[in-house]
Design a binder for this molecule. Structure first.
Ligand code: CAA
Length: 258
């Protein structure tokens, strides 16, 4: 399927979605968010795909929601369109692992899109920020909630109230990104990580995602119980049998997602 604002590339079991509005530093407009949601839905249903990488350009992962598109809208417009509900949250409904590979600016909605992914690999050129306050608005794609859970209240308040940018090193220290790599190696590192994920049982990977994401939604004791029951359930799968047999036989497991 041809898209205008994203480029989807599939190689072996890995799909790469590149945000592609270079003239607007990949600002997230309605068309881009719709195309992204459609692509994610198709890739999630495609049995050949085992991991998805979301990336942008060297200069910008995404510089935020499209300010030009939003500037003339009223409260009623935003409310009736439910701006940034629905399609904008498609990543969070994707059951397959999604890795964000971030280079350059990841601001506002760009930072929020990266945070919806399962983990973030950042180039040493990456800059994260929630500068919405400079536009007289608050974040609208999850920044006040997800950034706070990831980096804690103090740094989240700092980012949202001052609108300053955080470099990759600070983002890694704060727990926003999982690793920082040289900009030139970003896609190679993201691909290596995606290949590692793709080798695993997709059944188990989906269970991991559900269990980790549950930690955001529930209490510790409920989350621990959910994890334990999920752990028990794994013993009904062929892949548990294969994984443990392979360990005993000193060979690599051949998972079948069953
Ligand atoms: N929306 C629309 N267009 C944008 C944009 C955005 N968020 N960010 C950049 N652009 C456009 C610029 O208007 C410019 O287009 P023109 O050449 O047609 O004028 C082009 O991209 C290049 O941008 P700059 O010339 O500004 O590039 P720069 O290198 O000088 O600065 C920057 C880069 C610091 C990222 C700057 O572009 C910037 O501050 N962008 C806005 C960042 C921002 O405020 N993001 C939050 C948006 S609101 C939001 O995201 C709400 C939410 O929570 C969902």
């Amino acid at each position: 399927m041809a898209y205008e604002t994203i480029v989807v590339d599939v190689e072996n079991h890995i799909a790469t979605i590149k945000l592609n509005r270079p003239d607007a530093l990949n600002a997230l407009n309605v068309q881009l968010l719709g195309e992204l949601a459609k692509a994610l839905g198709e890739l999630d249903r495609n049995e050949k795909i085992r991991c998805i990488i979301l990336t942008g350009s060297a200069k910008a992962f995404a510089a935020g929601a499209d300010i030009k598109e939003m500037s003339e809208k009223s409260f009623v417009d935003m409310f009736l369109l439910d701006f940034f509900g629905g399609e904008a949250e498609a990543i969070t409904r994707t059951r397959k692992p999604v890795i964000a590979a971030v280079s350059g600016y990841a601001l506002g909605g760009g930072c929020e899109l990266a945070m919806m992914c399962d983990f973030i690999i950042a180039a040493d050129t990456a800059k994260f920020g929630q500068p919405e306050i400079n536009l007289g608005i608050v974040a609208g794609m999850g920044g006040t909630q997800r950034l706070t859970r990831l980096v804690g209240k103090s740094k989240s308040m700092d980012m949202h109230l001052t609108g300053r940018f955080m470099d990759a090193e600070e983002a890694e220290r704060a727990g926003l990104v999982s690793r920082v790599v040289p900009a030139k190696k970003l896609m190679e590192e993201a691909r290596t990580a995606a290949e590692k994920v793709a080798e695993k049982s997709m059944l188990t990977a989906k269970a991991v995602k559900e269990a980790v994401n549950r930690s955001y939604e529930t209490t510790l004791s409920e989350g621990l119980l959910y994890e334990r029951r999920m752990f028990h359930a794994m013993f009904a799968t062929e892949d548990q049998n294969e994984g443990m047999s392979a360990f005993a036989d000193k060979r690599s497991p051949q998972f079948r997602d069953r």
